[in-house]
Design a binder for this molecule. Structure first.
Ligand code: HEC
Length: 107
């Protein structure tokens, strides 16, 4: 009885450790980025798969095929109904989003 409790406790410690390491950059994914959740999810969806009447999928091939420069440009300056983020996000935050969109597409 005592050993199995210990084993369970050890499992929890292990799970907690892997959960923490999964959150540290650069492993953090687009949809787990607080900047994305706060600014982009309402149009592009919590899973980044896009929303009807919102924005297109950011993990589909079209976004994949777009160059990092074009993605950065689109987020910075906006396009159509896509708002511009030049004054709302820092260049570092935008860069992070670009990298994460690129990374999401490699899978
Ligand atoms: C008000 C809704 C809205 C918000 C908020 C929004 N977007 Fe968009 N986004 C759009 C729409 C609509 C488009 C399609 C624009 C077009 O092609 O005319 C788009 C297009 C894009 C594209 C190009 C996709 C492609 O396949 O070419 C990227 C990249 C993008 N958005 C990233 C972001 C990021 C990152 C954020 C948060 C910082 C964000 N968007 C916030 C509505 C939104």
């Amino acid at each position: 009885m005592k050993t199995s409790r210990l084993a369970i406790a050890a499992c929890f410690v292990f799970l907690a450790l892997t959960a923490v390491s999964a959150q540290t950059p650069p492993d953090v994914t687009l949809t787990a980025n607080p900047v994305y959740e706060k600014n982009c999810a309402k149009c592009h969806g919590k899973t980044a798969e896009g929303r009807h009447f919102g924005g297109p999928s950011l993990i589909a091939e079209k976004a994949t095929a777009t160059s990092a420069d074009d993605l950065r440009n689109m987020i910075t300056n906006g396009k159509g109904r896509m708002p511009k983020y030049a004054s709302k996000l820092t260049p570092e935050e935008i860069d992070m989003l670009v990298q994460q969109i690129k990374a999401a597409n490699k899978k």
